[in-house]
Ligand binder design. Sequence first.
Ligand code: ADP
Ligand code: ADP
Length: 228
Amino acid sequence: EPILRIRDMEYSYGNGEMALKQVSLDIYKGEKIAVIGSNGAGKSTFFLTTNGVLSPQRGEIIYNGQEINKKNIKELRKNIGIVFQDADNQIIASTVLAEVGFGPMNLKLHKDEVMDRVDEALSYMNLSSFKARPPHYLSGGEKKRVTIADIIAMKPEIIIFDEPLASLDPYNADMLEEILEKLESEQKTLLISTHDIDFAYRWAERLIVFANGRIIADGAPIEIFQNR
Ligand code: ADP
Ligand code: ADP
């Protein structure tokens, strides 16, 4: 059974145009999915509706067998984490510790559990020595790692990376690939949007191609590239 099932999802920002049109797909636990498509194709909108930040006007989302509605939409946000492209817009707290603790605190977990999760996420991201630092003064790559720690501390089942490679230097890009390998070994389900076709081909088991708000291809990278 798929972990996430989406049927005929449609989303409009209210300007008459549909940013997503009849989007349907099933996602299985542990899949490694690359999402590609030109700017404006709908990738970000797809991510934001998939994790419940935006509510689609039409369609069905079934998470772990449970149909999502207004009352349980929080289940999506809790279980599907997004690492946004722009780390600066994602960081809100004045120390790395408070930043990474913010999500678990919002889950109303016990204080000890929050601290355990923060320690675990920081050590996972090689950031343990950064706890007391103000995140805004870190380097771009370090900020990116903080935003990934934010998501890891939530222990989501599915992690979405919105163009993670776009702003990273080679050192941090290598580090990101190591983190992806660790997450894969833990059977996390991963979706990554990218303009880097070489990366998508090398990394992904499944490729989803968006154009004009629709999924125009979905399958093994080798099959999709053969048909283009
Ligand atoms: P991406 O890198 O995901 O393609 P975009 O450049 O599409 O990012 O969008 C960057 C930001 O601008 C996002 O927050 C998006 O919601 C917003 N945005 C994109 N298109 C529009 C638009 N036509 N009107 C208002 N905001 C937009
Ligand atoms: P992508 O992530 O593939 O670049 P988006 O999901 O950002 O695509 O955009 C899909 C469509 O929705 C585009 O036409 C874009 O201009 C529009 N859009 C995105 N964000 C907004 C927004 N906040 N307000 C209005 N239109 C938006």
